[in-house]
Write a protein of this length. Sequence first.
Length: 452
Amino acid sequence: MLRHFSIVVLSLTFATLTQAVLPSTGWSQDPSSPEIDVAESPAPSTAQPESGAEPAESGAEPSSATEPSAAEPMDRAAAAPVEEIELTDEEKALIAVFEADRVKLAELVGDMRAIYVRTMNGVESSGGVVKYREIRNAVREQFNATYQSALAIIRQIPHEEAVSFIATWVQHRETLDIYDRDTFEGAARLIDGGVNYMFLFLAGARSAVVSGDFKQAKMLFEAMDKEKLEKHDQSLFYQLEELEKNWKQEQEALKADAEKANLPQVRLVTTRGEVVVELFLDDAPQTVANFISLVEDGFYDGLEFYQVVDHLLALTGDPSGNGSGSTGKFVPDEHDRPNRRLPMRGSLVMAKLPMGEAGEFVPNSGSSQFAILFLPLAQPMDQTIFGRVIQGMDVVSSLRRVDPHKEKKKNEVQVPPDRILTAEVIRRPETLPEVHYVNPGGPAAGKPIDHP
């Protein structure tokens, strides 16, 4: 029987979109909002769960999902006209930037689709997939740039096209678990304008939590029917106090990290783009030294993100691809150290062998598999947190969702998971701690294993 390593982690009409989008954001100040009647309507179909389907490799079928359309904004047929206002030169300039960004975005999306079609029809050379990945990454970056220019407009004036773009992109971010201050601001400004769709409240509340704005998170969660929230959102809401304590503690740790300015860093080039992680050498020296050694040996090159679960994590580092693989060497647990790090969005967590059905783990069974968390957790983990994503968390969030435990339907097309193309150490100390490999299941200071 296989032993699987694991991580335990407890079409709309926009009639109201442009009627009252205020330059100032009540949710970002001090609103005293009563519970709001949040719309139960499904999210608009223009925001898809995948950031662009990748041309198939090795005969695999491509995903049918695409980027939200840059040229076709969300349906506004029922939207009330915006009252004509006289624009200042500054406001005209902001609108010009936004319109230029949208044109550039539409061009990039067109190029991406053209490369996809040529590659799928054998017209493009063998480098078609690489070209597609490059332009898909450029499309994602341009979407983010256009989102920023749209935000710049609605901070000043109501603008129908900017509001529509923000609504589409906030929903897309909520679908992909992309939570940050920008997502919060976009959601909050639309809510201020009277747009009461659930995805705005969910994206805003989760983004407030990961950004450390727990007052705003509480107000947004309280505006929703708590009984209808999914378990992960209920967990966030009911444990806000503990999450806030953890966030403050982690901020102090990050300040100490910044003063050192020499923590090891690793670049992961994935099929979705580049991710840079920073490693907590002082807090988890054995785990970090083992991880760097594996990266330098090329161990992670080509390995899949074989499990990617909404609102939870992305898991990789298994050479077998089914959750049972390891290097055959195991590092001692470091989650019980006094300076252990806490589980935040973007945390790197060492996976361990599960033991029984109660969410327990075999002590000292971390090897090569690790997870990246999408959302923070309130309770400390029985697994070592050894680093964090410092660049490219949106790339991690866009990884194709994969559930290896989900029953496969007959004749169902299996789209291959995203994977790490290459892993490279980009900063490290001259010397690393010697790794004392241990016997899984032994005490924390278990007897080292002699390996050739």
